[in-house]
Write a new protein. Structure first.
Length: 334
């Protein structure tokens, strides 16, 4: 009986030996946990100079998913990573983008960057104590570079300004058939406070813990570009400020490790335009609402029997936390 991991190792080794030349074979192929929508495999490419730590990001089972309107293809994701690299964003360099003739399915191979993505460790462990005070400013600097990627260099991406984001999540909310008065209050506030049309840039779309590799020196790489699009650059700043990504450190609004003012200062120092805090707050409110609706979607999957995992039920319960967060944002106590 064939072993899928062994078969993939053999196929991938053959492809990389032919396409990259300096890799004679691969070893230690291992599927990593995490990554709900794509497979992630760690392995080593053996070269004359030693082992090269690499990552394969591949469509599940090597088959491209259907009907994911908000997700870019893996080839597009690889192209975005390369463009971000040119702009000075820390990313794992892409070594090779799989082709149909390779017979492995859609995906790409990139360097493996050492570091941590688990928020609990980053926010609590002594190893990251010196890095934590620097992270908010570093995030601002990185976002300024990310938003500087020339628009005419981008592959085809969906355009999703604030109004489109609100409509998308309103339609999702309505399908659940369960009223959330706080969510409806937030929708009403957002529609009444749409910011004036402004700058349009590349937007990462999921810039937060879990998608940032962090070491004792700070942010080492930005991962997971699958919901990248064009839109308001302040969306990325508002998203990392959502309370759910602070993991209990509620007094440190940027990822639980820093202040908004430090992130704004880093953004402006790295060439970004002056930040409007009220515009960022709008996106923080919209981001909080989006995460709340994502949580209810998780519950719907559990309730319907489509996914009866404890994880789905536990995340679904967190929608109540986002309702509290929205009330704190919309009606703050003096």
């Amino acid at each position: 009986m064939s072993n899928p991991a062994e078969d993939l190792s053999t196929q991938l080794g053959t492809v990389l030996r032919e396409k990259l030349g300096d890799i004679s074979r691969i070893e230690k192929l291992k599927r990593l946990s995490g990554g709900a929508s794509q497979e992630t495999w760690a392995f080593e490419g053996v070269t004359d100079k030693g082992a090269l730590p690499l990552i394969l990001r591949r469509a599940p089972g090597g088959i491209a998913p259907e009907g994911r309107e908000t997700a870019v293809t893996l080839a597009t994701e690889a192209a975005l990573i390369r463009l971000a690299d040119k702009a000075g964003v820390p990313v794992p360099p892409v070594r090779y983008v799989l082709e149909e003739a390779d017979g492995i399915g859609p995906g790409f191979v990139m360097d493996r960057v050492e570091g941590e993505t688990i928020a609990r460790k980053i926010l609590r462990d002594e190893e990251y104590a010196e890095a934590r005070p620097k992270l908010a400013r570093q995030c601002g600097e990185i976002l300024a570079k990310l938003h500087s990627v020339p628009m005419d260099s981008l592959p085809k991406l969906r355009h999703s300004p604030a109004e489109a984001e609100i409509e998308q999540y309103w339609q999702t909310y309505k399908t659940h058939g369960h009223p959330h008065p706080v969510f409806e209050l937030a929708f009403k506030w957002l529609r009444s406070n749409l910011p004036a049309e402004g700058r349009t840039t590349l937007v990462h779309g999921d810039f937060r813990h879990g998608n940032l590799i962090i070491g004792p020196d700070g942010v080492r790489a930005v991962l997971d570009w699958e919901i990248a699009h064009t839109g308001d650059p302040m969306e990325d700043m508002g998203w990392i400020c959502v309370n759910s990504w602070r993991f209990g450190n509620i007094d440190q609004p940027v990822g639980g490790f820093g202040k908004r003012e430090d992130m704004f200062a880093g953004y402006e120092a790295a060439g970004g335009p002056k930040v409007d805090p009220e515009r960022v707050k709008f996106w923080e409110i919209l981001g909080t609402l989006k995460w709340g609706i994502m949580c209810t979607t998780m519950y719907e999957a559990f309730k319907s029997g489509m996914d009866r995992s404890v994880e789905r039920a536990a995340i679904g319960r967190r929608s109540s936390e986002t309702e509290i967060d929205l009330l704190a944002l919309l009606a703050p106590r003096s």
